[in-house]
Design a protein around this ligand. Structure first.
Ligand SMILES: *Cc1c(COP(=O)(O)O)cnc(C)c1O
Length: 425
């Protein structure tokens, strides 16, 4: 007997839940890549992708690839071998971007803020002040680290750059945050922003997005690491369709992306989606705090303002983290994320950590359901915990936030209508 029969929920932070509508939009015969609906539809993606990043003056290039491809694309378009960058690591993924840069011959000076904290703008300001010759070509950071679930304050990091008058570009990994956490590329002074399709964008893995400012474009004009495939120039101003993707388009992913952007931008609205994620996150935090009052459960990031809204990392004594995760999967139909790269030195792998994602196509019943399954698991496995977690979660979920600042840059656009579907409707 298992209680998992029914629709299971993979509450892992990517690939996130793909909406049925996105799957249905992808379920079609291969389209013509030389003329017709695909070409027209692709044009409509560009303004919506800019809206997703809240940029009017920036550009966006789409690559066939995952988040690693997005990192590599941005590196290739900006740097030469031997260039220097300052990288702020806040968990696992800053180390990944650093490896990508180093593998391409870029010198990385890393400031590691550990596994529980966001990047500290004061530390950035200190480091920049020592760089009198302006050797750093870029400050590279992760908005939301998906392993630690720490969220850095991007406007505060930009303010540190501005206060020291340092001309470095600000490069941000938004792979786990775009579509979930507030992101305003222009208003926040972000020069390069990287995302991928399989997290807040609700499309299967396979697309990487790189947004870049005019400043970044100019800074990279003579980049010697740039190779034909990664070159972002033809992708933002293609003379013919084939150049958008330097070859065959990711046809079905593009139809899926069109549907996902309709849902996120034209139907729900980006700011409403940010608030939904914030409220789901608060529900998870409230439950975890209640559990923690009678046991070892603890939020990995102590400071609420520094916690991601798309995923929450939780600590529980090893091996209880893994025991609970297994029970939720085998008996509750909820797959929690492993504690990626989060074992302390000398500690058994990830058995004291796990993650609950609330990223993308996730609503109240999914998050409350996952929390209720976890609550049942704690009880049945006899893991000490405080009570009242579900009451606390539902109270947090139903409390509105103070309105997120609204500075929507782009006027609404009519959604693209699939001509194939329109005729059969
Ligand atoms: C998932 C993720 C990545 C890596 O993306 P892949 O698609 O697995 O290459 C990088 N950075 C962050 C913050 C992520 O969440």
């Amino acid at each position: 007997m298992s209680l998992r029969h029914g629709r299971t929920y993979h509450a892992i932070p990517g690939p996130s839940v793909v909406p049925d509508r996105v799957l249905q939009a992808m379920h079609r015969a291969a389209p013509n890549i030389y003329e017709g609906a695909l070409l027209e539809m692709t044009e409509t993606l560009i303004p919506d992708l800019k809206r997703l990043a809240q940029t009017e003056t920036g550009h966006v290039a789409i690559y066939i690839g995952n988040g690693h491809a997005g990192w590599e694309a941005s590196n290739a378009n900006l740097f030469n071998r031997g260039d220097r960058v300052l990288l702020l690591a806040t968990g696992r993924f800053g180390h990944g971007w650093a490896a990508s840069l180093q593998g391409m011959g870029v010198e990385v000076d890393m400031v590691d803020f550990g596994r529980h904290s966001p990047a500290d703008p004061a530390v950035l300001a200190e480091r920049l002040a020592t760089d009198r010759g302006h050797a750093y070509r870029a400050v590279v950071c992760t908005h939301v680290d998906t392993a630690s679930t720490a969220r850095s304050d991007i406007p505060a990091l930009r303010a540190a750059l501005d206060a020291t008058g340092h001309p470095a570009l600000l490069m941000v990994d938004g792979i786990a945050s775009v579509g979930c956490d507030e992101m305003r590329m222009d208003a926040w002074g972000v020069d390069v922003l990287v995302a991928a399709s399989q997290k807040g964008v609700m499309v299967p893995p396979g697309l990487a997005f790189v947004w870049f400012s005019e400043k970044a474009r100019a800074a990279g004009r003579d980049a010697t690491l740039r190779t034909p495939y990664w070159n972002w120039e033809p992708r933002i101003a293609p003379e013919f369709y084939y150049q958008y993707f330097c070859g065959t388009a990711p046809t079905h992913h593009l139809f899926g992306l069109r549907e996902a952007l309709d849902m996120l931008i034209h139907e729900e609205g980006l700011e409403a989606a940010w608030e939904r994620h914030a409220r789901l996150a608060r529900a998870v935090w409230a439950a975890a705090e209640a559990w923690g009052r009678g046991g070892a459960m603890a939020l990995n990031v102590a400071e609420p303002a520094a916690r991601a809204h798309a995923v929450t990392a939780l600590r529980l004594d090893a091996p209880d983290g893994t025991r609970l995760r297994k029970w939720c999967d085998e008996q509750g139909g909820v797959t929690l994320g492993i504690g990626l790269g989060m074992a302390e030195p000398g500690e058994a792998a990830w058995h004291g950590f796990f993650r609950l994602a609330h990223m993308g196509h996730v609503n109240a019943h999914m998050t409350l359901g996952a929390l209720a399954v976890m609550d049942a698991g704690l009880k049945v496995l006899d893991i000490p915990h405080g009570h009242g977690a579900l009451d606390a979660a539902s109270a947090a979920l139903t409390t509105p936030l103070a309105k997120v600042s609204s500075a929507t840059a782009h006027p609404p656009q009519p959604a693209w209508v699939d001509p194939g579907l329109a005729t059969t409707a």
